[in-house]
Ligand binder design. Structure first.
Ligand code: COA
Length: 327
């Protein structure tokens, strides 16, 4: 079995920045309340009442906003990795907000990128990218050479803008990684995947409707499952939390992120955080935070990274990863 490593990353965000203050035009809230309860200051928005431009008319088989963000992030990741699209064996598009119901969003994205291998969507909500990384690792171990893994979302299209208890949380964006096979053990040292489908009604979106969320219950469960999953991954990797150089949690709420870090015994200055600028971007949040930390020079060759996501389902996933610097 081969191992795997990340050979390049890329991100993409819509241009429109929406500050907390602008949300007061939609519902009774304040910048101070949102900052204190969630850590969010701005988010990027492509759809909904605060978008600058209306979503382009639907073109069957074409790319909507999720697809376009995915293509931009994917192209940047391919370029950073120095891998041409024809060498990608599988494109995994992690999304909970695809442009169309059928076919999978990854089909149009692979055509736009020129990927000739397989392509599939993966919906594990906000745990999507971490689920995808484990899936990519398995496939690369079984003989694939390169997997393009993308998390891309247009959550503002399914946000209920009349619900002040959830609408301030969400934003749009995409993050991507080229994951490539390497001889030997590689970088995926430990992982854990899980779901508890009896908790579907904590967070869901019906066809044509807005997101429904039981915020406090999600908060409580999220802390518990993320900590348990992270501990399982650390044990599998045979490392301890104090060896983790960078903790990259799903960017849902700074209070959830800090509570999980503290329970794990990881100092919060070792946590990657982009939530203040992006809000919760679901599948895109972990690659956006990881790419941000890499761009800021926070990772050195050999550093151990803990990725941990949770989301609707309720799903959870974590990974212990050894960072390998690329040229
Ligand atoms: N602005 C101002 N006040 C608001 C508000 C807003 N946008 N939204 C709710 N409130 C009010 C509530 O009505 C309530 O008022 P009351 O005490 O008079 O009834 C008060 O603020 C407290 O509400 P509560 O729901 O207890 O707040 P909270 O501390 O639980 O924070 C969340 C709310 C949504 C930030 C928090 O529950 C959370 O982050 N949950 C997890 C969400 C999540 O991560 N979802 C994605 C999972 S992938």
């Amino acid at each position: 079995m081969n191992g795997c490593t990340i050979t390049g990353m890329g991100t993409a965000l819509p241009d429109r920045v929406v500050r907390n203050e602008e949300l007061t035009a939609l519902f009774d809230t304040s910048d101070q309340w949102i900052r204190e309860r969630s850590g969010i200051v701005t988010r990027r928005v492509a759809a909904g009442p605060l978008a600058t431009e209306p979503l382009p008319p639907h073109v069957p088989g074409g790319l909507g906003t999720t697809g376009r963000l995915a293509v931009e992030a994917g192209r940047r990741a391919l370029s950073a990795a120095g891998v041409t699209p024809d060498r990608i064996d599988l494109l995994i598009l992690c999304t909970t907000s695809p442009d169309q119901q059928v076919p999978a969003n990854s089909a149009a994205v692979s055509a736009a990128l020129g990927v000739r291998g397989g392509a599939m969507d993966l919906n594990a909500a906000c745990a999507g990218f971490t689920y995808g990384l484990v899936t990519a690792g398995g496939l690369l171990g079984a003989g694939a050479r390169h997997v393009l893994l993308i998390g891309a979302e247009t959550l503002t299209r399914i946000t209920d803008w009349s619900d002040r208890s959830s609408a301030f949380l969400f934003g749009d964006g995409a993050g991507a990684a080229v994951v490539s096979s390497v001889p030997g053990e590689g970088c995926l040292l430990g992982w854990d995947l899980g779901v508890d489908g009896s908790l579907v009604d904590l967070l869901y979106t019906d066809h044509g409707a807005g997101m429904v969320m039981k915020g406090q219950e999600v908060f409580r469960r999220a802390v518990r499952v993320t900590v348990d999953s992270a501990v399982a991954s650390l044990e599998r990797a045979k490392v301890t939390a104090d060896q983790i150089a960078l903790f990259v949690p799903h960017q849902a709420n700074i209070r959830i992120m800090e509570t999980v870090a503290t329970k794990l015994g990881i100092p919060t200055d070792r946590m990657a955080s982009v939530i203040a600028e992006t809000g919760n971007t679901s599948s895109a949040s972990i690659p956006l935070a990881l790419a941000g930390a890499v761009a800021a020079g926070r990772l050195s060759d050999g550093d151990l990274v803990l990725l941990a996501g949770f989301g609707a389902g309720m799903t959870w996933a974590s990974v212990v990863w050894r960072w390998q610097a690329t040229d």
